[in-house]
Design a protein around this ligand. Structure first.
Ligand code: CUA
Length: 363
């Protein structure tokens, strides 16, 4: 136990937020589209599109990159030429400024150069304008009658995910991990309970804000199987950078199997320790914030834990879902993610182990 504690302590060091960590946590999301990896989390990259919208966005991005890159090089070339060109002295005494004599042919040449420069700039801006207009139109082109509807509610700092369905018994609530069938259009309804967040899966689409008291909608379709990282893209407080989620794109049969498994109530404890863990869960502050379907725990303040053990990460993509991380999180989540809503839980070591047994049984 002591050894594990020490190990957990060592791991905690990594997550303690230093002033540098603060700086990084604020600015890291800006760097994330260019592939960034947190252990246990898939990479995210706008450069590797997995759906039609991300493809259009990266097309526009590359066009702007190459054109503005070429313009930059040309401008720098002219600047360098102007700097190194030697001015020929045009008479006059030493120390005198050379007299400026307008040269009609040279003046005409210069005005042509300026005219061509202006025309080229206007042309390039028009190309950008038209391309971005067409991209914007293409982004909305995946809507369809046959689609999945997923409601995502932003919280400081995690994601509540609800799969809507006309049949009430098929409505599914989970957190921080979204599974999607490959090739099927999905309508995302986005809102927030506290401040403005932004839903962003760079491999699949651009950003859409989650605004309190208002529902934004966005369509997306994933055409390639894989696991993609999503990230909150609107600064929303201290732990903004630790507000990530996972999108798993899989064949329809696999998605259906996952969905059915998630719809089921939490599995019954199979060992004495698990049963004791459940009792602890239901008799301590855990029950005041979390839902475990099939038990008396039904609060929606924190993430739904009915199948928490089936998820790849905990704390909204902050930690890999391992027993040691769960222990750290339950005991004192403030050390891992300062400012989050979960209070420390000073369990006796044996009780903590029983609780972990129970949480890890929630597959
Ligand atoms: Cu939520 Cu940034």
């Amino acid at each position: 136990m002591k050894g594990r504690r020490q190990k957990a302590e060592g791991k905690r060091q990594k997550w303690r937020v230093s002033p540098r960590g603060d700086f990084f946590s604020i600015f890291a999301p800006g760097l994330l589209p260019f592939a960034f990896r947190v252990s246990g989390m898939p990479s995210q990259s706008a450069l590797h599109p997995a759906g039609p919208q991300a493809e259009r966005i990266i097309g526009l991005w590359w066009l702007m990159f190459w054109v503005t890159g070429a313009v930059f090089l040309v401008v720098m070339g002219f600047l360098a030429a102007a700097l190194v060109r030697k001015r020929r002295p045009q008479g006059g005494g030493e120390g005198d400024a050379p007299p400026v004599v307008p040269e009609p042919a040279g003046e005409r040449r210069m005005s042509h150069v300026v005219l061509v420069g202006v025309a080229l700039t206007v042309f390039i801006l028009f190309v950008f304008l038209i391309h971005s207009f067409l991209t914007g139109r293409a982004l909305d082109s995946v809507s369809a009658q046959e689609h999945l509807t997923v409601k995502v509610i932003g919280h400081q700092w995690w994601w509540e995910v609800q799969y809507e369905n006309t049949t009430a018994s098929y409505v599914l609530t989970t957190a921080n991990e979204i599974h999607l069938p490959v090739g099927r259009p999905v309508l995302f309804k986005l809102t927030s309970t506290d401040v403005i967040h932004s839903f962003w899966v760079p491999n699949l689409h651009g950003k859409t804000d989650l605004v309190p008291g208002h529902e934004n909608v966005t369509w997306l379709r994933a055409d390639r199987e894989g696991t993609f990282r999503g990230q909150c893209a609107e600064f929303c407080g201290h732990q903004h950078a630790h507000m990530a989620f996972t999108v798993v794109v899989e064949p329809y049969e696999k998605f259906k199997a996952w969905y059915d498994a998630q719809l089921a109530p939490a599995p019954e404890p199979t060992t004495g320790e698990q049963a004791r863990g459940r009792l602890l869960f239901l008799s301590t502050p855990c029950v005041m914030c979390h839902t475990v379907r099939g038990t008396d725990a039904g609060s929606r303040v924190g993430p739904d834990l009915t199948h928490v053990a089936s998820r790849g990460t905990i704390a909204a993509g902050t930690l890999e879902n391992t027993r040691a991380h769960l222990a750290d999180w339950v005991a004192d989540s403030q050390r891992v993610k300062p400012g989050n809503r979960m209070p420390p839980n000073p369990f006796e070591p044996a009780d903590l182990e029983a609780l972990l047994d129970y949480l890890q049984s929630l597959k």
